[in-house]
Design a protein around this ligand. Sequence first.
Ligand SMILES: [Zn+2]
Length: 99
Amino acid sequence: MGAAVSQREISFDVIVSEEDIRRERAKARELRASEWWKRRRAAGLCHYCGKKFPAAALTMDHVVPIIRGGKSTKGNVVAACKQCNNKKKHGLAWENERE
Ligand SMILES: [Zn+2]
């Protein structure tokens, strides 16, 4: 279902196909394995609260969630501590990232 939708509308209601979601999640996994992300995480700074954390306490967060049309690019991916991640989860429609 929904796989026929391949063109994304540039509008408030972004149409994201399941294929787009799969592709962006796959890209997120690649980014997570990259040196860029390892360095970013090792820096230990949460994008939202600006506090310092051990690398293991930081998760990858999409500023614009994939289901909202966000991409798994360096410009849309930030390190977030679990607390901020949770806050965001309750504040916005949130994608269920299955790790
Ligand atoms: Zn934080």
